[in-house]
Every structure is written in structure tokens, then in C-alpha cells.
Design a protein around this ligand. Structure first.
Ligand code: SF4
Length: 311
């Protein structure tokens, strides 16, 4: 079978983008991704001279593609410090591969890697938390998400970093939008977007998403074409979450109606300023009485301290 030609130069293509009806070769695909990410970062002010960015990596394709893109930005524009953080949640047979993939990528790029674990921070692995949990309605992903954000924020502060880069791609964002919608959690929805709102409290470190305009299959292709060997295994808890069903639903819609994922995110972006005014405009941050980290409700423990009591 003849490989379709690149629309730009006529060489064999490596991707067919059904949502825009184009074919691109390796060179033009890589160029296009880098151009889109640069534009997205510029428009939303995600990366600036003098930034000290802690890149959250998992060893998977998205986070390592993000690391390569930020490294290229740093080499091109300078004046950006990068360090990487991987969190070992303690998921047997899964996370070990991710840590290895992250080590290889960081060594190759010359980026310092910090490894932190749930066991060291919270006294138990995620597998142990799940096995011992007192409330079966609290899923593995709830422990995982809350504790990971807690470590990322605190570690970034300790290292003097002013931003944390998370490897969320376009598909991740579309899934998060629909999950929050289904759960009726508009306040959490207000925290989505290219970056968390600029912190007006020194306890918070801003989180940025440079891959937000890039579909998942393209972040994977980008990482592979850059010679990165990501860990492709799937977390054993992934199938338990509502998000997994939302992912299947969106993928099916995208298959039948190319461009659906872009449409979900674009439409949400028009609502985001309204959500932020409504839910975050007057939001104050208090100190958790137990650990001193940020908490949303005055006098109440933060989410991490609440979860620590459940296992
Ligand atoms: Fe954590 Fe859930 Fe993701 Fe697994 S699927 S890494 S438990 S958030």
C-alpha cells in the first residue's frame, strides 16, 4: 500500500490528522507540534524568562514529550531552569517501569530528577492505602490525585520553583471537563484551563499545561519520533474510574465525528472566565491546622490530611 504524502513536502507521511484532513511527514509533524506548543505557551503566558519549572513526569509518553518540549524551549531561549519530579505512588508492577523510563529520559536531556514516594510522605504505598481504606467509596484515583498534587506543590516550593508543568494533553482536558460536569463539580472545573490561576498566595505554586492543545495520539508519536522510550504500561487502577468510561465515550465520538475533542475544550474555554469569576473570584486560602499546607475551608484540614485518616 502506498504511504500518503506529506501535504507540505511530498515525502512519506507519518500521520493523518482526520480532524483537519492533513498528512504530515516526520519533519513537518515535529515542527508543527513545537510551533503549536510555543504559540499556546506564549498566548497564555505559560513559560517566561526566569521561570524555574518543576516538570512532573510519570515516565509515560505525555510527561516525557512535555519534558523534551520544555528542554528544547530552554535550549532555544535560555533563562529557564528545569528540574523533574517523579512520584512513586507504590503501585506494584506498574510504577517501577515509569521511574526507569523517567531516569533514562532525564539522563539523556541532562535534567535533574527528584524521586519522591507515597511511602516516605504518607507512610504507605497506594496499594496499601487501597487495601486498608475504611471507606470503600474512596477510590485509588482519589488518594492518588490528592496526594500527588500535595507532593508536587510542596516539593516545588521547597526547591524554589515557581511553576509545576503537568503533562495533560487535549484528551485529558476534555475528559476532565466532562467528568467535572457529570459530577456537578463546577468549582473544580474552574481550576482547569491552560494554567491554574496566578497564585495570590505564596503557598500555591502555579500548574501549567503546555500540551493542552495536542491530542493524545500526537504526544505519543512526538515522544517516539524524538527517540524517547516512554513506559507504555497502564495503571491497574485506571479501569476503576468514571474517567475511563468518559474516555471511551469521547474516543468513540471522535472516531465518528473527528474534531469532537477540540470542540469540547474550545467550548469550555468560552465558559472558563465565567466559572472563574463565579467560583474563584472571592476564594480565600487558609492554612491547614494539621500540616500548614493550603486548605479551602477555614479551620478545616486540607484534603490530604482528611484522606490520611482513611487508611
Ligand atoms: Fe493514579 Fe488513578 Fe492515574 Fe492510576 S489511574 S496513576 S491510581 S490517578
Amino acid at each position: 500500500m502506498k504511504i500518503p504524502e506529506c501535504d507540505e513536502c511530498g515525502r512519506p507521511s507519518v500521520i493523518h490528522r482526520r480532524y483537519e484532513g492533513t498528512h504530515l511527514c516526520k519533519t513537518h509533524f515535529l515542527e508543527d507540534i513545537e510551533k503549536k506548543v510555543r504559540k499556546h505557551a506564549r498566548v497564555h503566558g505559560l513559560v517566561r524568562h526566569g521561570d524555574r519549572i518543576l516538570v512532573a513526569v510519570s515516565g509515560g509518553k505525555d510527561s516525557l514529550a512535555q519534558l523534551v518540549l520544555l528542554d528544547r524551549t530552554r535550549k532555544k531561549h535560555g533563562k529557564i531552569d528545569l528540574e523533574a519530579l517523579i512520584i512513586d505512588e507504590g503501585i506494584k508492577g506498574y510504577r517501577e517501569h515509569g521511574v526507569e523510563a523517567a531516569r533514562r529520559a532525564c539522563e539523556r536531556l541532562g535534567v535533574k530528577l527528584h524521586v519522591e514516594s507515597f511511602r516516605d510522605w504518607f507512610g504507605a504505598t497506594l496499594d496499601e492505602m487501597v487495601a486498608r481504606r475504611r471507606d470503600p467509596t474512596v477510590g485509588a484515583c482519589t488518594f492518588c490525585g490528592v496526594f500527588r498534587r500535595y507532593i508536587m506543590n510542596k516539593k516545588a516550593r521547597e526547591l524554589g520553583m515557581n511553576k509545576v508543568a503537568v503533562g495533560h494533553n487535549l484528551d485529558d482536558e476534555a475528559q476532565a471537563i466532562l467528568v467535572n460536569h457529570i459530577k456537578g463539580d463546577l468549582e473544580r472545573g474552574a481550576r482547569l484551563g491552560p494554567a491554574t490561576p496566578e497564585p495570590d498566595n505564596p503557598l500555591f505554586v502555579q500548574r501549567i499545561k503546555i500540551l493542552r492543545p495536542i491530542p493524545e495520539r500526537e504526544t505519543a508519536l512526538y515522544a517516539l519520533l524524538c527517540g524517547i522510550e516512554p513506559d507504555m504500561s497502564e495503571c491497574p487502577y485506571a479501569r476503576e474510574s468514571i474517567r475511563d468510561r468518559v474516555r471511551d465515550f469521547i474516543n468513540q465520538l471522535e472516531e465518528e465525528h473527528p474534531g469532537t475533542v477540540f470542540s469540547i475544550v474550545r467550548t469550555f474555554d468560552r465558559l472558563l472566565p465565567i466559572l472563574r469569576r463565579e467560583f474563584l473570584g472571592k476564594g480565600r486560602v487558609w492554612k491547614c491546622p494539621e500540616c500548614g499546607e493550603p486548605t479551602a475551608v477555614r479551620g478545616q484540614p486540607c484534603k490530604a490530611c482528611q484522606l490520611k485518616k482513611l487508611f
